[in-house]
Design a protein around this ligand. Sequence first.
Ligand code: ZN
Length: 688
Amino acid sequence: MKKTNFLFMISIFGLMFSCQTKQEPKNEQQTHTQDSTFEYVAEQFADLRVLRYKVHGFENLAPKQKELLYYLYQAAYSGRDMIYDQNYKYNLTIRRTLEAIIVNYQGDKNSDEYKNFLIYAKRIWFSNGIHHHYSADKFIPECSKEYFTSLLKSVPADKLPLRKDEKIESFVERIIPVIFDPQIDAKRICLDTKKDVITNSANNLYEGVTQKEVEEFYKNISDSKNQTPPMYGLNSKLVKENGQIKEKTYKVGGMYDAAISKIVYWLEKAVTVAESDLQKQSLEKLIEFYKTGDLKIFDEYSILWVKDTEPMVDVVNGFIEVYGDALGYRGAWQSVFSIKDLEMTKKLSKISSEAAWFEKNSPIQDEYKRENPQGVSYKVIQVIGESGDCSPTTPIGVNLPNSNWLRATYGSKSVSLANIEESYSESEKNSGLLQEFHTPEQIEHIKKYGDYADKLHTGLHEVIGHGSGKIKADVGSPNETLKSYANTLEEARADLVALYFLYDQHLVDVGLIPTIDAGKASYDYYIVNGLMRQLRRIKVGDVLEESHMRNRQLIAKWCFEKGKAKNVIEKKKIDSKIYFVINDYSELKKLFGELLREIQRIKSEGDFQAGKKLVETYAVKIDQEVHKEVVERFQKLNASSYSGFINPKLTAVEKDGKIVDVKIEYPKDFTEQMLYYATHFSFLPNEN
Ligand code: ZN
């Protein structure tokens, strides 16, 4: 287990969005050794790195708990195909084509062309499709079209995902442009508000409808007087058929039937070994939701799930985060199943008592503060496995459910993924990023306190950040009022809450951080990341699109500009390299508070114009001089920008047809795991 002496996670229930905190590879100061024999890094290719994680505490579970996890494992991977299909209509066809080649190709597998082909396949597994998981840009194989075609033709036709009566020639004609032409379906999600964000997104969440039609469709079915509205559109694809716009619902007997029926099969087994009555009821509701597709039942399920905090085992299995949809309606399918990290949860639970203090002392307008934060539920978990939108790349913190009214009334569960964080920390030790972009003074702070500060930031962001503030009466939800800027502004708001409090004597007083210098570490880290480090992930000439990246630059750049008169943040050249240095931490805290107040106002009042101006001015365009230099400096490090994970494998030990034990293994080979999933958990048709 991680040795940590301070409490840093807090949880209150808020009426805000949930979010999945994305990992920014961090400092290298973690000194604890988890397990010197465990290999955290499996391999590296393109801009990606594949890591492994270990589960602490699995062996101590009761046989029934292990059995429950085994069923949840089966349910999780049974749904995996759905995220491929949601991301893009031809993802399953392409993935199965690549897998057929990898399994059946008998020629030279050591040639550069084949190696490039294999990297393309790995990138697709990593991103759950042909678009980069983070930038959403389509990527193209490094091997030639001709070579790819020759591989394809070497595979027996019956192994390929051909359409009914389709000849291999027409299949090649159809599939090669989809893979190789950069112009076709270039972006999975389009956030450019000057364009129709629906028709310009290549994802498979809509078909034949325009942005205007989608907006009208949901305007017509939403009832502003309804205080408990379901999350319309969460579990369906919106299509136009014979001139009629309608939802194709994901459910048993509906869209994705083959995968969802399998999930239901395994969840029904899970019900028989549930740890508590509440957990049993909650799983039964989830099954009912999958069978009916009724979003009101999903809300009923979520209420049970939120209340169910006692058991060791927990699971998220459903259509959850809406970041993949430019209009934020449709939930990407995902599953995370886990056990409690008892030791860490105990350590951190103490801080929940500060939730009210944070809200009271927040710099936002009194009228937008929450009066009575609803319930508190925070825990640290050990991930047993992840699937769908949460794998191979994963969040490190999650706060659910997403329904605003439900969070306000029943609260939420906030969760930190400890063994994933451990793997990140261990594997980042020698990346060299810290030395490249920080000054020696900053490195000293970060090395000393970065680990705490980082975790504290995550906790404050998730629970206090997303959980604070409220929307003015009669103002619509942020998705309606702030549209495509809603996610960026919400992430900025949550980060600002964390940042504002991280440099606060109160945290020292309650024992959260040892000294205020810990706050300095997180300020140094955040500003340098927002203005420099994170740009390594973007091609020179491009703009920022992803909401977490946008929010980081929005905050860092706004403070840089606004603090210029007092030289709060200084851009320096040292040895002809650019650095950003904070000269006045107290002033920076004030700036964070000022911006937080304004963003809370924008959200509470639904001020679209002000929100748009903030994001467009500070969060989208990149300083070209800094960007070029960052990319050059990063390239020299030979480090990768993104990490994904190989999941543990569970195997049931049976006796007389009954499960008596479950074994956990930690596979080492990414390709092998992907092919294993393809063989055992691929249930959907090629096109849906
Ligand atoms: Zn967030």
